[in-house]
Write a new protein. Sequence first.
Length: 460
Amino acid sequence: MESSIKNIVIIGGGDSATLLMGLLHKDPKIKIVGLADRNSVSPTMMLAHRLNIPTTADYTAYLSFPELHYIIDAADDMEVEQNLDKVCPPHIKLLGGITAKFILNHLVQLDRRNGIKDFTFEELLFQYQSIHDIGLKLVSSTDMMRILYYTVEDATRLTATPAGSIALFDEWRGEMYLGAVKGFSASFSKTLRWALRQGGLTSAILNTKESLVIADVSQYPGFDNPVMLEEGVQSLMATPLIAEGKIIGVLYVDDFKIRSFPLREASLLALLGSIAADMIDKAQLLENALRISIVDDLTGLNSHRYFMKRLSNEIKRAAHFHLTFTLVMIDIDDFRFYNNLYGHAKGNEVLCQISAILKDHCRDVDVVTRYGGEEFAILMPETTGDTVLNLLNRFREKVACYPFNGKEKLPKGQITASIGVVTYPVHGDAVHTLIEKATTAVLQAKKSGKNRIVSYTDAG
């Protein structure tokens, strides 16, 4: 019969190895049979001597030990790691790298909660494998919704709970908003946002470094969430999602009956939350980078870079399917005069107001862009003739009569727009040709008195 005591050798003499040795020594089911470290006076060596643990400078000396079950490589030495992979006998389980760090972090959490005695080493490894598999799944996805869904799905599975959710933190508004839900009614999801209330449940969760367990919500002081009570939630467990000190949100698992959550489940949820927080943070950074690359920060319209890519793609599409499209360039008249008069902050307000008018007058399929400065561009797929002119005239008239602040001091007492129009393939079949001719049409509109629409055909 296999012994219930597991014999372990630790390799390394740094802080991690020292902490690991001290924590594992507390487990009566583990016997540390040796320490290997080249530094004979390292802190780990000193601790091993005090604990009467055999030591050596040569880690290979333990490989022939027949009763050895595990080697934990905490040396953080690539040469040692690579050599162990080659020479470690099959009957010895080698735990190094991420696995060793996981075990150390997990033991620290358990020790903090005084729960090391309730775990076996095998349980730690089983948990590591579960979390490792989940981590691989999360890492393989950069889609935010998929990451959120996977996290809630795995959290409820690991804790055997019927429901769960993720709430994300909106740093700018100081609010929480629902990211993913499982096991609740459709009405639960209608509460999309809520304020972060001082002294509330969410604040309590974010202020803890571990999972918060509530076996009976009726006994928890201040639990008065009407949505969760209406759903019939009677117990829950939650862990804060923190990435590099930044609050990401909260991961919840819920049950519709009073129940206790054992330390194993609380620990698993905390570990899953730690991995999920990193993945969500990276996905958010990726989404923000993508948004910045395609959206103008000031106006919320498409960016110049995005417009150029879409125009190139539209030319290819139109050529393949024998379609036409319209390219419109717009320049705000006397805008520099307005900027000099009132300053850039007021000028930015005007640009935002014009952007809103432009979006209101365009179709959903049109690519509306801040081309640069006070210039705008519109790519209008499969549209020519009267449809374009009617839309642009309505836009031009709306701008001319809009009550912009201080417009009465401009040369004509109003802010207006000069507009140039070209059509594919009539006026060209290349990006630079179409833009050049649309710009020429705008200049002609300005020379003709401003506040008008000119087609390149007319400008020519």
